[in-house]
Design a binder for this molecule. Structure first.
Ligand code: ATP
Ligand code: MG
Length: 573
């Protein structure tokens, strides 16, 4: 499958471990570039970085960037930096810094002592901008933002030189210093790189590299009232840190000449190389930070970690594991062309990860009472149940059984449709891990809803007793009423309506009204009594569930459904 998706891959034979055996592995296009830089261009130690702007929480798309950068550093025995690109104080906050650190660590991106902040380089950046001015490669411009736009020209029309372009170096130095010293209003002056107003690449038409902005920064406070622009700051940050391969997404491809220009003009000894890859998009979910932020701010979701979102905090709260996300990102591969990945593939990965690891227990989500009329009312017995039928290592547990149980409402029908093998009047089914029971009668309320089911059980049919007397076609799960733990269960569907697409014509998000279903009175077998936040289980026949880390308490337990058991998704072979 990897080969199918990784169109930009090339196969290569590598030596495998100590043995002589050769193994064919596919090399994605980034690895091919790095291989070449090591073999031919003198790269001795690979250094990569993940450079988030702390203006929101990370999402599944960022996971791709983190795992890609971290994975490459590890693969080549190099280093991985986590660097906050905090050059725009308007939207940046310490809350986001903390959440990003937590998420990167959770995913397994180990940055140890390699945590950096662009704001730590503000002084150096200022000096570097001065260096450009001294070289005659930057000038202070008084045009307004709108005028700059007008002067810039279009894709078909060349731009016009600013009337301030030929200011002397001395004047520029003095003005830039005044900018720094707070002598000018926001927006009244900028520092621009002096490149070429007729370049076919609009990014090269004297881009703004510093602006005046009297803003308080979350780390440097009010020390600065000028801030560097991304296109200047980013290559400088990479070069300062010795990053060898600056891996970013495709939208920066047209900015690469400017990136290279900055590195060259500032005469860095060390020259990082920018490489672009395609962003990860998922079907039917909102990925962009901007859109997630809007859903949070409009209170459409319950914060950045609402389990319906694909922020990493939300996926974690929902019960996804770092291993599942790593598997997913690996399956997606790395490519240079944009495409959307089916959300079902992410679900496939979490099922695969949890399948053998988690206990499979019984929980009734939509309960209805079942009373075994011939079972002694004062008796309780303990039945043995395997914790995971596919993994013996998880052992077994004892589950209580007595006269009154709960079963799923859906497992009983007064008038069963054809091929319905579960409970109905006169029919016999197996209670999982327990006995055969036969429905003798039932009670309804005034509206005709079934409220209680009366059954008889056959003592001879106990699970594991080797009973072969007769067979039943249906097996249903249950929990013992007296010892069950009552819990709230939250079921999720995609936030966006699958049929209609993510966005409406007016740009608003097309929300799925059924994205959250809250089941208030579910019953779970007592083995979950000690479950802590994030602990997860398979609830037999119902899916995988996880203790909600935010709202669950011992008095009021809440489980999130991570994923149902069934899937239409099949990985390609
Ligand atoms: P968004 O597009 O969601 O607003 P962003 O690109 O503004 O995110 P940054 O904090 O600037 O977020 O991103 C940090 C890194 O993550 C960048 O290198 C960016 O290219 C990468 N990245 C962002 N979104 C994706 C994605 N969907 N797939 C892969 N990498 C991504
Ligand atoms: Mg950004």
């Amino acid at each position: 499958m990897e080969k199918e998706i990784n169109k930009d891959c090339q196969e290569k034979e590598i030596e495998h471990g100590d043995c002589e055996e050769k193994k064919t592995v596919s090399r994605n296009f980034i690895e091919q570039i790095i291989d070449k830089d090591i073999a031919e261009n003198g790269c001795t130690k690979v250094i990569t970085r993940f450079p988030p702007e702390p203006n929101g929480y990370l999402h599944i798309g960022h996971a791709k960037s983190i795992l890609l950068n971290y994975g490459l550093a590890k693969e080549y025995g190099g280093e991985f930096n986590l660097r906050f690109d905090d050059t725009n104080p308007t939207k940046e906050k310490e809350e986001f810094v903390d959440s990003i650190k937590e998420d990167v660590e959770w995913l397994g991106g180990n940055f140890e002592d390699r945590l950096f902040f662009a704001s730590d380089y503000f002084e150096q950046m200022y000096e570097l901008a001065v260096k450009l001015i001294k070289k005659g490669k930057a000038y202070v411009c008084d045009l307004s933002a709108e005028e700059i736009r007008e002067y810039r020209g279009t894709l078909t029309e060349s731009g016009k030189n600013s009337p301030y372009r030929e200011r002397s170096i001395e004047e520029n130095l003095a003005l830039f210093q005044d900018m720094k010293n707070g002598k000018f209003e926001d927006g009244s002056k900028v520092l621009r790189a002096k490149i070429d107003m007729s370049s076919p690449n609009i990014n090269m038409r004297d881009p703004v590299i510093y602006r005046v902005a009297h803003l308080e920064h979350h780390r440097t406070g009010n020390t600065w009232c000028i801030y560097p622009m991304y296109d200047f700051a980013h290559p400088v940050e990479d070069a300062i840190e010795g990053v060898t391969h600056s891996i970013c997404t495709l939208e920066f491809e047209d900015h690469r000449p400017l990136y290279d220009w900055v590195v060259k003009e500032l005469e860095f000894e060390h020259t990082p190389k920018q490489i672009e890859f395609a962003k990860l998009y998922l079907t039917n979910v909102v990925t962009g930070k901007r859109y997630i932020k809007k859903l949070v701010e409009d209170h459409i979701v319950d914060g950045w970690d609402d389990p319906r979102l694909v922020s990493l905090a939300a996926l974690r709260r929902r019960g996804f594991t770092p291993q599942a996300i790593q598997m997913f990102i690996e399956l997606c591969g790395v490519s240079k062309s944009d495409s959307s990945v089916d959300y079902a593939m992410l679900e496939y990965c979490i099922r695969e990860d949890l399948k053998f690891k988690k206990k499979r227990i019984m929980a009734v989500l939509d309960p209805i009472k079942l009373i075994i009329t011939n079972y002694p009312s004062d008796q309780i017995e303990y039945l043995e149940a395997a914790n995971n039928q596919e993994n013996e290592e998880l052992g077994s547990r004892q589950i209580p059984f007595s006269r009154e149980l709960y079963i799923e409402r859906d497992d009983f029908k007064i008038d069963p449709p054809k091929k319905y093998f579960r409970l109905y009047p006169g029919n016999e089914v197996r209670l999982m891990n327990a006995y055969f029971v036969k429905c003798e009668s039932y009670v309804t309320d005034q509206d005709g809803n079934v409220t209680e089911i009366y059954c008889t059980y056959d003592k001879e049919t106990k699970s594991g007793s080797g009973f072969t007397g007769r067979k039943v076609k249906g097996t249903i799960h249950w929990v013992n009423a007296q010892t069950a733990i009552e819990a709230e269960v939250r079921l999720y569907e995609n936030l966006v309506d699958e049929e209609k697409g993510v966005y409406n014509e007016d740009g608003s998000i097309n929300l799925n009204p059924n994205s959250l279903t809250i089941l208030k009175h579910c019953y779970i077998e007592p083995s979950v009594a000690d479950a802590k936040a994030y602990d997860s289980f398979q609830f037999l026949r119902n899916g995988y569930f996880c203790v909600d880390a935010k709202d669950s308490s011992e008095e009021h337990r809440i489980f999130n459904r991570i994923v149902s058991l069934k899937s239409s998704y099949k990985p390609e072979k």
